[in-house]
Ligand binder design. Structure first.
Ligand code: GLN
Length: 264
């Protein structure tokens, strides 16, 4: 047992768990795994807004595909999801999970070998590729066509890595979030931008003056991140994902958020 679990047990025994910030919930899963949560009664999710349609603020609420999926996990654990909006770097580096800012990270985040060294991933729950977005009629349909031009990339993402490898001679312009990057395409601050297909198709659907001009088959899969070694929570997430896929709830959520479904 880890020192922290030991402390939590002791704290629970003396009824001061609330003060030490550790709580646990006992899901009814066979095998009797126990999931420790950062905050009593909550499943804390770290994400980086906006990432429509995976997570987006609507009025006072944060909604989206990832939000609905994680709600299923929260329901299984009999707690409620609470979302923390935080820079993507702290999410993908594992830092937010290690410092217990959140129990999990759900941020349209691609499973990569580098990230898997710093956090543990659930099974893949969504297929993605990189894609290119430009103003309609630009004829910028490949990275080669962007030589000497400006290409928007989102900091710390697989899109940025893809551009570094496959777009020599192209000037990369870094953005801290997706909205800033897409606005830059719309206003002509950059000639095009590279990003995940799902979010780009959502944007062009709402902004018909822009278009997705190419897709690069990177074969990515999104995973939900947990702190390294948090197998109890990772297993719960995996069982929820596989049940959602077999009982139709995954399809229901998919259709709700992808009226114009990406090809994959
Ligand atoms: N899927 C991409 C990545 O993991 C982008 C994620 C994001 O910007 N939220 O890097």
């Amino acid at each position: 047992m880890s020192e922290r679990s030991m402390l939590c047990l002791l704290a629970t025994a003396t009824a001061v768990a609330v003060l030490t910030g550790c709580t646990s919930t006992k899901p009814s899963a066979p095998g009797g795994t126990e999931v420790e949560l950062v905050k009593s009664g909550k499943l804390m999710t770290c994400t980086h807004l906006p990432y429509e349609p995976f997570q987006i603020r609507k009025g006072n609420a944060i909604v989206g595909f990832d939000v609905d999926l994680v709600d299923l996990v929260a329901k299984k654990l009999k707690v409620t999801q609470e979302i923390v909006d935080t820079p993507f770097e702290g999410i993908q580096s594992g830092e937010d999970l290690n410092t217990r800012k959140c129990d999990l990270a759900a941020a349209g985040m691609t499973i990569t070998p580098v990230r898997a060294k710093n956090l543990d991933f659930s099974a893949g729950y969504f297929d993605a590729t990189q894609a290119l977005i430009a103003k309609k009629g630009s004829s910028l349909t490949s990275l080669a066509a962007l030589k000497g031009k400006k290409l928007g990339v989102q900091q710390g993402t697989t899109g940025e890595t893809y551009a570094q490898k496959h777009a020599p001679g192209v000037t990369a312009v870094q953005f801290e979030d997706l909205a800033l990057m897409l606005t830059a395409v719309k206003t002509g601050q950059v000639d095009a931008a590279v990003g995940d297909n799902g979010v780009l198709f959502e944007y062009v659907r709402k902004n018909p003056d822009t278009e997705v001009t190419a897709e690069f088959d990177t074969g990515e899969k999104y995973g939900i991140g947990v702190r390294t070694g948090n197998d109890a929570l990772r297993k719960e997430i995996n069982s929820v994902i596989s049940k959602a896929k077999s009982d139709g709830s995954y399809d229901r959520i998919y259709k709700k958020w992808f009226p114009a479904a990406p090809k994959k």
